[in-house]
Design a protein around this ligand. Structure first.
Ligand code: ADP
Length: 416
């Protein structure tokens, strides 16, 4: 299966584009962070089963348990703990192999009890070791089970690894969603593309009567996706077999492939793989654009315009003059944005109250000659402005940019 998997010879896509981030790891096409705002939402369970579902689809997959303080992957995969790992001649750690996956976890190195004694610099040291010193070989996907939360450890990790993007796992409860939203914003701040949201512990189907119950409510993940303009990858039902399988080292995708839950993981894996394969290779690619000198200006590709093109895919950015950003969209529309209008429309948490959408930015506080220092691409879904008033937390999703263009145009019509 390993040699006949899909896309073996296809050129790598987004992660090989020029980027301001950390260097690509040799031999690994896509590194995907699986994250959550808090523990206990099923992030590690999703990491394991998603990795297995990708592996079963023929991809070469590695799984890295970065949850240094509470590693659970060894138990979930039934791996031995507390044994010295095998080393290669050049002192690289040989990952364990289970169900066709390559896996490495702090728990395998230290046993179940000791990780909690690791503190501060030690955590950093082990994380670096994980990242650089494991003999992964050639991988299509490295699934990176992040520690829960959005603190320093997570930010260090996201900055030290060339992620293709992050998946955020949440349960349908309000509190969990609120926390997941915060996690999502943390990734956005670091310009890590959000590949999608997975809602875990969704509907419970009674194994006896087949009746469906939404124990933790339902649909929150999907709502959050549409609110934030990020993809919804799917929902995993609440299933007692997931718990048993996890506790006994028999993950449900490997052990009960015909179950509803296993099929949900497979569907999510398919969706994820197709999203990663479709990351833009034709559009503008990554850019870091110095607005003042116009160095690094992205392309303006009129030939890419198509009548049925996407309304949220730009095929051109241009500095029309120092105060005007022009955008050409794939569907042929072009828009001229006054840069101060864009500054006033910043969607970040400092400028707009996260939950209510209430504006926090006082337009009077924004100087008339505000302009970008630089504009950079964030994955394939957003651009980030660094402004000459020091503001730099605004990530403008392409969807947001297009909506702004339409609302500005509507306002001009109204004013006439
Ligand atoms: P996290 O990594 O977010 O801390 P875990 O993956 O360790 O969470 O899962 C926490 C607990 O929830 C585990 O006992 C796991 O078996 C259970 N669990 C995870 N997903 C589901 C699900 N869809 N249905 C039922 N139990 C689940």
């Amino acid at each position: 299966m390993q040699t006949t998997g899909p896309n073996r010879d296809r050129a790598p896509s987004a992660s090989s584009q020029p980027s301001a981030g950390p260097e690509k790891l040799p031999g690994i096409r896509h590194i995907i962070a699986v994250a959550s705002g808090k523990g206990g939402v099923g992030k590690s369970t999703v990491s394991v089963n998603l990795a297995l579902a990708l592996q079963q689809a023929g991809y070469r997959v590695g799984l890295l348990d970065a949850d240094i303080m509470g590693p659970s992957i060894p138990v979930m995969l039934g791996l031995p703990t507390g044994e010295q790992p095998e080393m290669t001649a050049d002192q690289k750690i040989v990952p364990a192999q289970r169900y066709g996956l390559k896996a490495i976890s702090m728990g395998m190195l230290t046993g179940d009890d000791s990780p909690a004694i690791l503190r501060g610099p030690m955590v950093g040291k082990y994380l670096k070791m994980f990242i650089g010193s494991v003999q992964w070989g050639q991988l299509d996907y490295l699934i990176f089970d992040f520690p829960p939360g959005t603190g320093d450890t997570q930010l260090t990790l996201a900055q030290s690894v060339p992620l293709s993007g992050a998946i955020v796992v949440t349960t349908p409860q309000d509190v969990s969603l609120k926390i997941a939203r915060r996690g999502l914003r943390a990734f956005e701040t670091l310009s890590v593309a959000i590949l999608g949201i997975i809602e875990n512990m969704s509907t419970f189907t009674c194994p006896h009567c087949g009746e469906e119950t939404d124990i933790f409510r339902r649909g929150g993940g999907e709502r959050m996706s549409s609110e934030l303009g990020v993809p919804f990858l799917g929902a995993i039902p609440l299933d007692a077999d997931i718990v048993t399988g996890g506790d006994e080292g028999r993950p449900i995708v490997a052990n009960k492939a015909s179950s509803v839950a296993a099929k949900a993981y497979v569907a999510i894996a398919t969706e994820l793989a197709s999203r990663l394969e479709a990351l833009p290779t034709t559009a503008l690619g990554a850019f870091i654009w110095n607005w003042e000198t116009n160095e690094g200006e992205p392309a303006w590709m009129e030939r890419s315009v198509r009548p049925m093109g996407s309304p949220t895919t730009p095929v051109g950015f241009r500095r029309r003059d120092p105060r005007t950003l022009s955008v050409l969209w794939e569907d042929g529309r072009s828009d001229d944005f006054d840069v101060r209008d864009l500054r006033l429309a910043c969607p970040c948490a400092l400028c707009v109250e996260e939950m209510s959408g209430r504006p926090l930015l006082n337009p009077k506080s924004v100087m008339p000659d505000v302009a970008p220092h630089a504009i950079t691409s964030a994955g394939n879904y957003a651009i980030i402005f660094r402004w000459n008033d020091g503001h730099s937390t605004g990530i403008y999703s392409l969807k947001h940019l297009r909506a702004l263009a339409e609302s500005f145009a509507a306002k001009v019509v109204e004013d006439v």
